[in-house]
Design a protein around this ligand. Structure first.
Ligand code: ADP
Ligand code: MG
Length: 582
């Protein structure tokens, strides 16, 4: 075959392969054009998967009659004039490819009128070829109607997914664009239903509520930072409102929906570490703004990736912001009833301070989980204190189940607390706080205990004697294979089996020869807390109340130190919808 230049229709049809792989891509392109045209109102109609009909109507600048044909010509754009403009690009589109590509594989009708123009103009195309044009007298703005998408590309048509998949994909794309363009009103009709309606608003949180629902939006904490190279505005879920999936995570960079990059995702999950149970996810709507010179928006029309020139700094900045927001946000929604615990008069064992030397790691201290006690936000304590007198809130402990769970009611619904995990969390934070403030209360044993260990564990004990002492244990070498314990940290309770606990501590650190000391001590503390608490004890209502009170004062009340959840909430709204009480 001799070499020849392809006709424009064929080129466009080929390009359509990249630009409009599926109806959702066409929806995205059309809406982006409306946004670029400064519309304040966009109405979208989707019939079936979007292949039958896609209609986007806006009240933007409109297209001049004389430019109508150019709009569907390849590489014709009003958004840039040369390559230099790319550096300061503010528009969503700029390649001048979308309209001709969509037109090439569909039947398209464009109706448009500029504000102030005497009348508008319309053109219709069939597979990219102009069929008709003439005067149009609609309101200022643009309507683009795409029907029979892929009618002339049977192979592409064959590869389309099911109706619901395609339509949902299109709706997801609209949701994202609507989330970041709160000043624009969006309305979406699918077949005969209104699928989405979001009036224009200046408040991003109102838009989040319209798109993602009030159940989600009331669970959010705002995050704001104006840094010279990065502006952060974000809404992240409170510790107790983690999500079962990653569906509630949105990232926008310079107003474009972007896939999460690894460092950004990492900064988010790191901030929640220990605050949400393993397998749960934070919800987050994150808007970042950076100078275009700091980012490389990989500028393929459908690519959703971005690279920052200062990636590590951005990671740290985000982590700090998220972490701080979480620490400063009081634990809400758990205004559970409790009675003031009776003064603890019953215990008469001698509690004195350990004489061991202490050290702690500033980084651990800064992480928040192990923060010094004075940095605990007073609002947490206040919150619980004020709800004491708040008669309107229902705050009741209902009972205990299987000697494992405390069943309670708060203002939002039912709360089930894992007694064991909760106690572990409380004990852990107390223990860590004592260690960091260098005052571990210790409890001498009535009779010092000689503990015989396997030779392998005995050597671990000997190698770590000082560290274990620093964690509040009074222990010494006592002949071959034996360790003598004469006092244990008081926080572990009066009836611990010191042999078991010590053994588990030694096992937990036996392979950690290179672990820095503060981390090792933290691990000892964590292990000690776990092995000193056993599930299955019956506890009184007073004890349950007190446990919940203490749990709510913790920095990370939602998980045990090993990441297991401490509580499960069943909101009354969920119960009502289950029982059809709407
Ligand atoms: P690009 O968006 O990359 O410029 P498109 O093919 O999407 O390319 O659109 C071509 C041109 O048509 C745009 O540059 C713009 O001038 C015009 N246009 C498209 N849609 C609209 C609209 N809804 N309102 C106003 N102008 C539009
Ligand atoms: Mg475009």
């Amino acid at each position: 075959m001799p070499i020849r230049i392809l006709p424009e229709e064929t080129i466009n049809k080929i390009a359509a392969g990249e630009v409009v792989e599926r109806p959702a891509n066409a929806v995205k392109e059309l809406i982006e054009n409306s946004l670029d045209a400064k519309s304040t109102s966009i109405e979208i109609e989707i019939k079936e998967t979007g292949r039958k009909l896609l209609r986007v109507r806006d009240n933007g600048t409109g297209i001049a009659k004389a430019e109508m044909r150019l709009a569907v010509t390849r590489h014709a754009t009003s958004k840039i004039k040369d390559f230099n403009d790319l550096e300061q690009l503010n528009s969503m589109g700029f390649r001048g490819e979308a309209l001709p590509s969509i037109a090439a594989v569909s039947k398209m009708l464009i109706q448009s009128r500029q504000a102030g123009a005497e009348s508008g103009w319309e053109i219709s195309l069939d597979g990219g070829i102009i069929k008709n044009e003439g005067v149009w007298t609609g309101a200022p703005g643009t309507i683009i109607e795409v029907s029979d998408l892929f009618f002339n590309t049977p192979v592409r048509a064959k590869f389309q997914k099911s109706e619901t998949t395609e339509r949902n994909r299109a709706l997801q794309i609209i949701e994202e664009l609507a989330l970041v363009n709160n000043n624009v009103s969006f309305k979406v009709k699918t077949d005969k239903r209104t699928a989405l309606e979001a009036p224009a608003t200046n408040d991003p949180l109102v838009r989040i509520t319209d798109i993602l629902g009030s159940y989600f939006s009331t669970a959010l904490i705002p995050v704001n930072l104006n840094h010279p190279f990065l502006k952060i505005k974000a809404y992240i879920t409170k510790r107790e409102n983690s999500q079962p999936t990653k569906k509630y995570q949105f990232l926008f960079v310079n107003r474009r929906p972007i896939n999460f990059t690894r460092p950004i995702l990492h900064s988010l999950y790191e901030a929640y570490k220990e605050n949400i149970p393993v397998g749960r996810h934070p919800g987050a709507v994150i808007f970042l703004e950076a100078s275009p010179s700091e980012i490389d928006v990989n500028i393929h029309p459908t690519k959703r990736e971005v690279r920052f020139s200062k990636e590590p700094q951005i990671h740290d900045l985000l982590f700090k912001c998220f972490k701080e927001a979480l620490i400063n946000s009081p634990v809400s929604g758990l205004n559970i009833s409790y009675h003031r615990p009776e003064p603890d008069g019953g215990k008469n064992y001698d509690v004195r301070e350990s004489s061991a030397r202490f050290s702690y790691n500033e980084n651990i201290a800064k992480s928040g989980i192990l923060a010094r006690p004075e940095s605990i936000n007073p609002t947490q304590a206040e919150l619980i204190a004020t709800t004491e007198n708040d008669a309107s809130a229902s705050r009741i402990i209902i009972g205990q189940m299987c000697n494992l769970y405390i069943i309670a009611q708060d203002k939002d619904g039912l709360v089930i607390i894992d007694q064991h995990a909760a106690a572990e969390r409380v004990r852990y934070e107390k223990y860590v706080t004592e260690w960091m403030s260098q005052h571990i209360a210790i409890q001498p044993l009535l009779f010092p205990e000689n503990i015989e260990l396997l030779p392998s564990l005995w050597t671990v004990a000997i190698a770590n004697l000082d560290i274990i002492k620093e964690a509040g244990w009074e222990i010494e070498e006592f002949g071959r294979k034996t360790i003598r314990v004469s006092a244990v940290p008081a926080v572990l309770g009066s009836n611990i089996n010191s042999k078991n606990v010590l053994q588990e501590i030694l096992e937990s650190i036996q392979n950690e020869t290179n672990m820095p000391k503060p981390e090792k001590i933290e691990k000892i503390i964590r292990t000690a807390c776990r092995s000193s608490i056993k599930a299955g004890d019956t506890i009184s209502t007073t004890e349950a109340s007190r446990l919940i009170e203490e749990l709510m004062l913790c920095k990370a009340p939602n998980t045990c130190p090993h990441g297991r959840p401490t509580m499960l909430k069943l909101p009354i709204t969920e119960l009502s919808s289950h029982f059809g009480r709407k």
